[in-house]
Design a protein around this ligand. Structure first.
Ligand SMILES: [Zn+2]
Length: 390
């Protein structure tokens, strides 16, 4: 079917879809990932036993037990192949606070492990050629984008948020959440609690990514529009080409939104950042849990509703600064808790437009974080309930 699309049209579509993959497909900074887990669980951690110490065991210890159950998995490479991750990724690395043989609380392991899926494990992995087409063939990190994002199917009643190619669902974030949830239960059954909570933290990562509206949408009209405008303004003159210019503008906006949220959360003077943090915390759960997959899809659909407004407001909050050839820098140290570049120099000098855009973004992040806190607690509670029955 793809062959029937005229060459020029298919090139244009592929170029626009590159936007989805961005430069590195981060959703939140490592700091924000950890903070979401920490704030969401802090009020229930003690009561749920997440502060009772467990022993840190090596990956080899887990692998040895796994290989007895699954003889086809004998080595680190076998494990990576089985889990469909990059064997060169740092999936078995520890933070300096995690020393083998010492104790740690599950609460800490969950906060440490929430950023871990960004450690390179999902980069450079082969995937289905048709899916590869829609995610931009040949981009280095396209597979990470594919794993960490998911667009819901096109909905005629919500065209601006759900628009994209193909019209059906695309992306694997919800599946990855389920895969790591199951792996966490398996590790628990093998009496490897450290690895159970490490993998459970990875499941949280995909749920957190999907809460970022840019990760639950694809070809939002403002991205295509601003990208084409940038191409006509400077991309053509500077010989960037249409594909590269649109991808660049998209990645800048996507990463800026993450930088903006990260900045508000870390700044002591930000009252909005304090409100967002408070929105995460609490004790309430969602009314029901069927599966990690179902929960992830709920998160995806929830945040997709905000994608058009989020994208439009990011452009307004920054004026023209993100549509130039300058690249807004994010933390690209895989798995490390670094912050994105200071977002303040890029703020729109038009005060009124900036304030209006901030007024749109603030309740979006607040509502998303309120939902996210419940999502994180719901999936952890479900894991603990299921683990108890093992
Ligand atoms: Zn991610």
């Amino acid at each position: 079917m793809l062959k029937r699309i005229p060459m020029r049209l298919s090139l244009l579509l592929a170029s626009l879809l590159l936007c989805f993959s961005g430069r590195s497909a981060h959703a939140w900074s490592g700091y924000t990932h950890s903070l979401i887990a920490e704030e969401s669980l802090k009020n229930v951690a003690k009561e749920w036993g997440l502060e009772s110490p467990i022993r840190i065991t090596s990956f080899e210890s887990f692998l040895k037990k796994l290989s007895q159950e699954k003889p086809e998995i004998q080595t680190r490479e076998d494990f990576a192949k089985w889990l469909q991750i990059n064997p060169k990724g740092k999936f078995d690395h520890f933070k300096k606070e995690e020393k083998i043989g010492e104790n740690i609380t599950p609460f800490k392991v969950l906060t440490f492990s929430s950023p871990r899926a960004d450690d390179g494990r999902d980069k450079h992995i082969p995937y289905d050629p048709v899916e590869q087409f829609w995610f931009g063939k040949g981009t280095k990190t396209a597979s990470q984008a594919f794993r960490h994002m998911e667009k819901p199917p096109f909905n005629l009643f919500d065209p601006l948020n759900t628009f994209g190619f193909p019209l059906g669902r695309i992306g694997q974030a919800s599946e990855r959440a389920q895969i790591y949830f199951d792996l966490a239960l398996l590790a628990y059954r093998l009496k490897e609690p450290y690895w159970a909570f490490n993998f459970l933290g990875c499941a949280l990562h995909y749920l957190q990514d999907l809460q970022q509206p840019y990760h639950a949408a694809q070809l939002s009209p403002p991205l295509a529009f601003e990208g084409i405008k940038a191409y006509l303004r400077w991309g053509r003159k500077e010989k960037w080409g249409l594909i590269k210019t649109i991808t660049h503008v998209t990645a800048n906006t996507h990463h800026y939104f993450e930088g903006y949220v990260d900045y508000q959360l870390t700044s002591n003077n930000s009252s909005v950042g304090k409100l967002w943090k408070e929105a995460l915390s609490g004790e309430s759960l969602l009314p029901q849990f069927t599966s990690a997959l179902g929960l992830a899809k709920q998160v995806r659909d929830f945040s997709n509703r905000f994608s058009y407004d989020t994208i439009k407001s990011t452009f307004k909050i920054t004026g023209k600064s993100l549509t130039s050839s300058y690249t807004y820098a994010i933390d690209d140290e895989e798995g490390e808790q670094l912050h994105p570049e200071d977002p303040t120099p890029y703020l729109n000098p038009d005060h009124l437009e900036r304030v209006k855009a901030a007024d749109t973004l603030s309740p979006i992040v607040h509502e998303s974080f309120q939902q996210q806190g419940k999502v994180i607690r719901t999936v952890i509670r479900a894991f603990l309930d299921q683990a108890q029955k093992i």
